[in-house]
Design a protein around this ligand. Structure first.
Ligand code: HEC
Length: 97
């Protein structure tokens, strides 16, 4: 029984180590400007909420493109995050309500 648990725990751990974790990336790279739920506004920087229907309309490809290239005061993340991490964090942004 304990052995089965250990195998399951190890499998879960390796998944979180090797697959890009969008929620974790969002927490470390995006929360400062966009807030935990994506609703933060910083007028001085032009930060807009990212939990909006407008962002949902951009879709996964549109958000990934914006995150990679940046826009105005939004920093570009290409080079700082791998393409896999950019897709993961963009998919996560689209789940924010
Ligand atoms: C230094 C602050 C800052 C950080 C860090 C930041 N952003 Fe932004 N973000 C902005 C600003 C400013 C805008 C508005 C850009 C514009 O349209 O002028 C923006 C816009 C966006 C938009 C588009 C919103 C819209 O309605 O057009 C998305 C999506 C987004 N950010 C996602 C992210 C993600 C994902 C991360 C983390 C990988 C991130 N941002 C990190 C400042 C930031």
């Amino acid at each position: 029984m304990n052995k089965v648990f250990a195998v399951v725990a190890a499998a879960t751990l390796s998944t979180s180590l090797f697959a890009a974790d969008g929620a974790a990336i969002y927490k470390s790279k995006c929360v400062g400007c966009h807030g935990a739920d994506g609703s933060k506004v910083i007028a001085a920087l032009g930060v807009k909420p990212v939990n909006t229907p407008e962002v949902k309309k951009m879709g996964a490809a549109g958000v990934s493109d914006l995150v990679a290239k940046g826009k105005n005061k939004m920093p570009a993340f290409a080079g700082k995050l791998s393409p896999e991490e950019i897709s993961a964090v963009s998919a996560y942004v689209l789940t924010l309500k």
